[in-house]
Design a protein around this ligand. Sequence first.
Ligand code: SAH
Length: 342
Amino acid sequence: MEDIKDFGLEELKESLLNKGYPRFLARQVFSWIYGKRIEDFSLMTDISRKARKFLENNFYISGLKLLEKETSIDGTEKFLFRLRDNSTIETVLIPEGKRNTLCISTQVGCRFRCAFCVSGINGFKRNLKSSEITGQYLEVSRFKKTKPVTNIVFMGIGEPLDNFDNLVKSIGILTDPSGISLGKKRICVSTVGIIPELKELIALNLGVKLSVSLHSADAFKREKLMPIAKKYPLDELIKVVKDFCRKIKVPLTFEYILIGKVNSSRQDALKLAKLTKNINCKVNIIPYNPSSYFKWLKPSSEEIEGFSDVLRKYNLLFTLRKPKGWDINAACGQLRAKFGCK
Ligand code: SAH
């Protein structure tokens, strides 16, 4: 038995064809599962009895088990899910005006060990299957019938480009017109900057947005904060990012966690302004969300002011994010860590 939610539309067409069923059966199944949200083959009434029996005997339809749900005073909601192998993952729903952005995980744990991020403290366990990636959207949508998810960011636990095939497959499922049909521009992939996969993503031209976790415009400092930068250096990353902007013509986002006394001086801001000068981008400044696992400090209000001041002077487009869900450990990996999850 295979999980039907691990199939992209084209894959399912192929698989059904190989078993003697017409390709259009795949689209019918897709529209039942992802459009009408029916997870029982016997209820798929426009499919012949014979085909339904065949589906029942050959596929199952997986779901995620909700273990814990916490709501922050600012409206952010955090979901902790249990997977079939007892691994756990987190998903965060962030309401902002008319938007409801869902922050999705792509891996159990993370192998990149950024110095400020809880996701990697227990190491890496495995990639999420595409059913587990899209499952986060499907499960949260079930709860949120009155407050539908409008946007998806791949900014939960894990590195999306390190689970490239399942990332691409999930984006295909989330945007397919016969099902969820989410607009491509409403999806954003966030990465530490894995250059080969980044190039592949650009070549695929999926139409989704891209966000690059920068955290410092100084190559040496960035390597200290993000060890992967030793393998994929900042200057090469910037070249690829410029390529993205030239080809895709959608503004790119840089994420920049402002950590007290680390990357938050006026000098740091000046470097950031210079590095991003000719790039069609916006910078998201996120004050560091403290965790008991690390010694890093929140930036002081003087640091935040000084940093923003310089960016304004250089006309850099930026947003200063209020960290969301402070009270419910909404930064990457914090809820999992709190529950001692592996
Ligand atoms: N691996 C991808 C996606 C997951 S992290 C990436 O790094 O882009 C999503 C964002 O949350 C990243 O910018 C990450 O640096 C940030 N983040 C991690 N820990 C944080 C913390 N304690 N406070 C604020 N932001 C954090």
